[in-house]
Design a binder for this molecule. Structure first.
Ligand code: GDP
Ligand code: MN
Length: 381
């Protein structure tokens, strides 16, 4: 889950990371009231889950109510890289002396956490990373060792931060590391981390990606969803399915993420396009299968459903029972091309032949099933 800036800042604040005073606003009037509360001058900031808002006109300074009105009405409704702005964050403006960069993420190749700090933060950090990679100081951190103040101090010194900023920046890094590890984030990034003209170090932006699989141990993760969520994905989430909506017309159900992705590839290879990714998991039972069919059935673009199951741990007769349950529960809008192989596949095929032959087109191989499905769907369109 990606948080928007103000949610990320609220998360930072729980770990003691200094941020500026601010308020959310969904209308121009609310923006004016928020500006009064936090005090002029303010920054009017678009809350969308995408970077580069500044360059896209989504971050504007305002020194009086007239400017807040103008910027708020310009930014609300603005489309930033496909994300429409519906909420603003109005923050008391900071006098910036220096803009730094700081982040923690997982370096999967090194199997260690990676800290990155630069004295050249701000809106051009991507360019710095390409043209002057040495300007970004890096430190790998063993999760068993953690990050101490002295190491953090060394890192910010290596990065070339101003002498007056070093102690505060190191303390923020230690807190940010705690936020990253204890807060179960996959990424925390502050860009810019600023040194103010009066010598304070503070986070002016926040990028936080939380690890959804850790949600069960974070009752505090009650972040209001302010982005447009795909209704298909919402339904799938309610039913506990691993589902990602796509644009094609072949609905896909497979067991195991690897098989599901291969199925997408094969559909593509034979000239079709998948309507979704859906992994019903290794231990899928009849109920899960029925839920999966129900979710796909709500997608108006779907012209055919391709079910590709390899029964290892999953038993094919359970899958067949799920299909029969689904046929009882919902009226399917399209036929199912079914490739079912592995444990108890013979019983499964018999069950389906007896009770659902009108809805099911069996195929023996994955490529054969994909070809058949794409034929029915009428190609890529
Ligand atoms: P991003 O473009 O999406 O990364 O949005 P940021 O929140 O990082 O803001 C972009 C830029 O706006 C920053 O790099 C700053 O230069 C500027 N900015 C943001 N907040 C303030 C502020 O309080 N005062 C001033 N002077 N500039 C700000
Ligand atoms: Mn930023």
């Amino acid at each position: 889950m990606d948080l928007v800036e103000y949610q990320g800042k609220q998360y930072f604040a729980r770990y003691g990371i200094p941020i500026s005073a601010g308020r959310v606003a969904d209308t121009v009037e609310e923006a004016l009231a928020a500006a009064e509360e936090v005090g002029y001058p303010v920054v009017v900031k678009a809350q969308v889950q995408v970077g580069g808002r500044g360059k896209a006109g989504g971050v504007k300074l305002a020194s009086d109510a007239g400017e807040v009105r103008r910027h708020a009405s310009d930014i609300l409704g603005l489309d930033i890289k496909g994300h429409v702005v519906r909420r603003l964050w109005i923050e008391h403006a900071t006098d910036i002396a220096e803009e730094y960069y700081a982040s923690f993420t997982l370096d999967r190749a090194a199997k260690l956490h990676l800290a990155m700090v630069s004295a050249r933060g701000g809106v051009d950090i991507e360019e710095v990373a390409v043209s002057a990679p040495a300007a970004i100081a890096r430190l790998h951190i063993d999760p068993l060792d953690g990050l101490g103040h002295l190491e953090a101090l060394q890192l910010v010194t290596d990065a070339g931060l101003e002498a007056t900023a070093l102690e505060q920046a190191a303390a923020i890094l230690v807190d940010l590391y705690r936020c990253y590890v204890e807060g179960d984030a996959d990424l925390v990034e502050i860009n810019p981390l600023v040194l103010t003209t009066d010598g304070q170090v503070r986070a002016l932006d926040a990028k936080v990606t939380l690890d959804d699989d850790a949600a069960f141990r974070h009752p505090e993760w009650e972040f209001e969803d302010i982005v447009d969520v795909d209704p298909r994905e919402l339904l799938a989430r309610e039913k506990g399915l691993q589902y990602i909506g796509l644009d094609g017309s072949v609905g896909i159900i497979a067991n195991g993420a690897g098989l599901a992705m291969s199925t997408l590839d094969v559909v593509n290879q034979v000239g079709g396009a998948a309507a979704n990714f859906l992994d019903i998991g290794g231990g899928a039972n009849a109920d899960v299968m029925a839920n999966a069919l129900e979710v796909i059935n709500t997608d108006a673009n779907v012209r055919v459903i391709l079910v590709n199951i390899f029964g290892g741990i999953v038993r094919c007769d359970e899958v067949a029972a799920g299909i029969l349950t689904a046929l009882d529960r919902v009226e399917l809008a399209s036929v199912i091309v079914l490739r079912l192989d592995g444990t108890n596949s013979i019983q499964a095929r018999r069950m389906l032949e007896e009770r659902a032959s009108a809805w099911i087109i069996p195929e023996l191989t994955m490529i054969g099933a994909a070809q058949r499905a794409v034929e029915i769907a009428g190609g890529r369109s």
